[in-house]
Design a binder for this molecule. Structure first.
Ligand code: ADP
Ligand code: MG
Length: 281
């Protein structure tokens, strides 16, 4: 649907907008310290899958944490469907935005079912007002486990399942939050090919069937090329390219950003850009 400029009430607002955002770690802002993110401008359209690419240390995880409201910009404004994150409480943000961090070693022996149910916590009055017996919460958590095919693992401890199963369970917990925006930091790192494809298909299904806006950070340029509508390419704390895979995944762009030669051809099925490394030698 093409909504004209004269009908602003009918237009779908972007899921998130990022205006002039800069961020530096540390309490003291020394002018000699270069910001980790520098004057970022971006729009995350509603209903898209957006991929964030960039070399190690380029600021991808920091950017995702800013979108999740876990870090606050030093400068600039981030909005969620038109509401400034600054004006929303952490709980209000968590009702609308779910964040799946990079895999960290789970040390607490929760069961998968308990962990997924914890995704409901933003919808309650805090841990003190938590009702474990709330039927609706259990139904939502069960549906999320079914969606991610982990319901049969409900009684297993999160420490005692495979990496692929744990990743699906963590995404189920995020879905139990019933978010509008799902943010994931390297969701396929450490997974084998089958499980990488599995996660990519799940994210696409959630996006297509539920209209969930998905933002994912990945080092897997090919996965991002195949599955993302828009790609943001970060380099030294700035977005240096933003657009459809065909516009961003180009040899000269990747060579400049990653500092090595790459070959870009077309995926035989999708025709989208495919990246390979040259033979050494
Ligand atoms: P990426 O995810 O792209 O690898 P990060 O956002 O993790 O990059 O890091 C960007 C920069 O910020 C790096 O130089 C990193 O060392 C620094 N950094 C990340 N987290 C912290 C932190 N908690 N405290 C201080 N510096 C940090
Ligand atoms: Mg990172």
């Amino acid at each position: 649907m093409n909504v004209g400029e004269g009908q602003p009430l009918l237009s779908i607002p972007p899921a998130m907008t990022v205006r002039g955002v800069s961020f530096t770690y540390g309490v003291r802002q020394s002018p000699s310290v270069a910001p980790v993110l520098d004057c970022i401008q971006s729009v995350i359209p509603s209903g898209q899958i957006v991929g964030i690419l960039g070399p190690n240390g380029s600021g991808k995880s920091t950017f995702l944490k800013l979108l999740a409201g876990l870090l606050k910009p030093r400068k600039g404004v981030i909005s969620l469907f038109g509401d400034s994150l600054e004006q929303l409480s952490a709980r209000e943000v968590a009702k609308r935005v779910a964040f799946v961090p990079q895999e960290t070693l789970q040390v607490f022996p929760f069961t998968i079912a308990e962990m997924v149910l914890m995704g409901r916590s933003p919808h309650h009055g805090g841990w003190g007002g938590w009702h474990w017996e709330d039927r609706e919460d259990r139904e939502i958590a069960t549906a999320a486990m079914q969606e991610l095919d982990v319901q049969h693992l409900g009684n297993r401890f999160v420490t005692d399942v495979s990496g692929g199963e744990r990743q699906r369970a963590v995404i189920a917990r995020a879905l139990a939050q019933q978010p509008q925006v799902l943010l994931l930091d390297e969701p396929t790192a450490f997974l084998d090919l089958h499980h990488q494809l599995d996660i990519a298909k799940i994210l696409r299904r959630l996006n297509r069937e539920r209209g969930l806006t998905v933002v994912l950070v990945s080092h897997d340029v090919n996965l991002v090329s195949q599955y993302c509508d828009t790609i943001l390419l970060l380099h030294q704390g700035r977005i240096i390219q933003e657009g459809a895979p065909g516009a961003v995944i180009r040899e000269e762009v990747l060579q400049e950003v990653y500092g090595c030669s790459v070959l870009v051809d077309r995926h035989p099925q999708s025709g989208l850009p495919r990246v390979s490394l040259p033979v050494c030698g």
